[in-house]
Design a protein around this ligand. Structure first.
Ligand code: NDP
Length: 322
């Protein structure tokens, strides 16, 4: 099969097309012919070695496709089923094996590219808004990278709940997309961001900041949140936040800081079914628009990562194994 392989950590150029044997499923796994691969920021952390994996490896954690073989112990999946998953491994490939425990059925009406890129970013948006800081109608929240994959989905979910969303973006085009997703105020990154956020919240600051950008935004996130508000630092697109003195949380106003990750919010089958079901149902009902803004051939993974890291992408992006 065709796949992308990483032989050494590094920049996008280490994503090398290769011909590899198709994997066979273990007893608790399903084999899938991959129709589309979700490309996520976390893939770049594995590629650079920021999140180390033994070399060589096939990158990718998310995808959608059709079941071709079912392990002996697997229940609930059959050959031919359309499935998607957000916490697999080795998905930049024409064939993948997926633990049945992390696979979900794809409802008809949800196309392959959407199915392959909705779950990781969609369930992340879902857990941030329902569980990490369960925002309520009338709350004001700040989200960085408002036109990104998670950003567009989080904005739509929050706006639908009657939450006032303030976002940051880097370009006019992204500002337009963020507004269309439901952001009430779209701001630019910069030193006066905390002042602008305070102006929009009668001086108080927002109830929560959802920060997936990290290094370049974190200090400002602490200045934008209200007393006893929550900062959910859920990513590091601009780099990792260095260790810091907890006393800063006191000075920021007894602020709650959390560094959540999806795996801890889909901690079993029931929670996975709840979050995946909510995301797919919202898509099928037309309440959630997953914007698949770029599709690349599998062999073009280098370009996909280059564009993602250069901030040229919006919404979700996928690889098509063909
Ligand atoms: P995005 O589509 O949001 O892409 C990242 C965006 O971050 C860019 O488009 C850019 O938007 C913004 N950005 C700001 N500064 C930089 C920089 N220096 N370099 C690159 N990008 C920058 O990616 P995803 O939706 O896939 O992921 C968003 C974040 O969420 C990532 O940090 C990711 O790791 C995290 N994440 C965390 C999860 C968790 O459970 N903890 C799960 C899923 C994602 P702009 O140009 O507008 O600033």
């Amino acid at each position: 099969m065709r796949a992308i392989q990483i032989l050494e950590y590094g920049g996008p150029e280490v994503l090398r097309p290769a011909d590899l044997p198709s994997p066979r499923p273990g007893p608790a796994e399903i084999a899938v012919a991959v129709d589309a691969v979700g490309v996520n920021y976390i893939d770049t952390y594995f590629r650079t070695g920021a999140y180390p994996r033994p070399l060589p490896f096939v990158p990718g954690v998310e995808g959608a496709g059709r079941v071709t073989e079912v392990g002996a112990e697997v229940q609930g999946f059959a050959v031919g089923d359309r499935v998607a998953w957000a916490s697999g491994t080795d998905t930049y490939a024409q064939h993948a094996v997926v633990p049945a425990a992390v696979a979900v059925h794809v409802p008809s009406g949800v196309d392959d590219a959407v199915a392959a890129s909705a779950l990781l970013q969609g369930m992340t948006a879902h857990y941030l808004i329902t569980s990490t800081y369960p925002a309520r109608r009338g709350d004001s929240v700040l989200m960085h990278a408002g036109a990104g994959g998670v950003g567009l989905l989080l904005t739509q979910m929050a706006a639908a709940r009657g939450i006032r969303v303030i976002t940051t973006v880097s370009t006019d085009e992204k500002a337009e997309l963020s507004r269309a997703a439901g952001a009430a105020h779209v701001l630019r990154y910069g030193p006066d961001l905390p002042e602008q956020v305070r102006d929009l919240t009668d001086g108080a600051g927002v109830d929560a900041v959802y920060d997936g950008v990290g290094l370049s935004t974190f200090d400002q996130s602490l200045c934008c949140v209200r007393m006893r508000g929550t900062v959910a630092l859920f990513g590091a697109a601009s780099g990792a936040v260095p260790p810091f003195d907890p006393q800063r949380l006191n000075e920021a106003g007894s602020v709650f800081l959390t560094r959540p990750t999806l795996a801890h919010y889909v901690s079993g089958r029931a929670e996975l079914d709840w979050r995946a079901g909510a995301v797919f149902a919202a898509i099928a009902d037309g309440d959630l628009d997953v914007r698949v803004a770029a599709r690349y051939a599998l062999d073009d993974a280098v370009r996909a990562h280059t564009d993602l890291e250069a901030r040229r992408t919006t919404g979700s992006i996928v690889l098509l194994p063909g």
